[in-house]
Design a binder for this molecule. Structure first.
Ligand SMILES: [Zn+2]
Length: 142
C-alpha cells in the first residue's frame, strides 16, 4: 500500500497544467432587427467556444476561447479529471494505510494510555464497523 501511495504521488506530480470546467459551443442573436440573425432559420452568430467553470461561491464564470485555444483547454480539462481521480485514489489508499498501521508505543504514550488499551488492538474498543479487518502491519508494505 505504501508503494502504491508513492506511485500515486508520482503520477500526481506528473499531471501537468489543469483546469476545471467545460468547453461549450454557443450561438447567439445580436438583437438587431435588420441583421441576418433575426431570421427564424438563422442559427445565430457563432459558433463561439466558451470555457465555463464554477468559481468561488458557486457562481458560474465563463470566457470566450480563441479557436487556437480550444484543444489546449480540452487537454487541460482532461488533466483535471486525472488529477481528481488520483486525489480520490490517494485518499482511499491513505485511509487503508491508517487502518493497517498499528498503534506504536510512542503514539499510545502520547495519548496517555499503554499500547493495547483503547487502541485498535482492543476488539472491545471498536464497536463500530463490525467485521472490519484486523490491523496487519505486514499488509502495509505490499
Ligand atoms: Zn446578428
Amino acid at each position: 500500500m505504501v508503494a502504491e501511495r508513492a506511485g500515486l504521488y508520482e503520477e500526481l506530480a506528473a499531471t501537468g497544467d489543469f483546469r476545471r470546467g467545460s468547453v461549450s459551443v454557443n450561438y447567439r442573436r445580436c438583437g438587431k432587427a435588420n441583421c441576418a440573425c433575426a431570421a427564424p432559420e438563422h442559427p445565430g452568430h457563432g459558433p463561439r467556444m466558451l470555457w465555463t467553470r464554477t468559481g468561488p461561491g458557486g457562481k458560474s464564470r465563463g470566457r470566450q476561447l480563441a479557436a487556437l485555444e480550444v484543444e489546449k483547454v480540452r487537454a487541460e480539462l482532461d488533466a483535471y479529471s486525472r488529477f481528481a481521480s488520483l486525489t480520490a485514489a490517494i485518499v482511499e489508499v491513505n485511509e487503508a494505510i491508517c487502518e493497517a498501521r498499528p498503534v506504536t508505543a510512542a503514539t499510545a504514550a502520547a495519548a496517555g494510555s499503554p499500547p493495547g488499551v483503547g487502541s485498535l488492538q482492543d476488539p472491545a474498543a471498536t464497536d463500530g464497523e463490525k467485521g472490519a479487518p484486523k490491523p496487519d502491519p505486514g499488509r502495509l508494505y505490499h
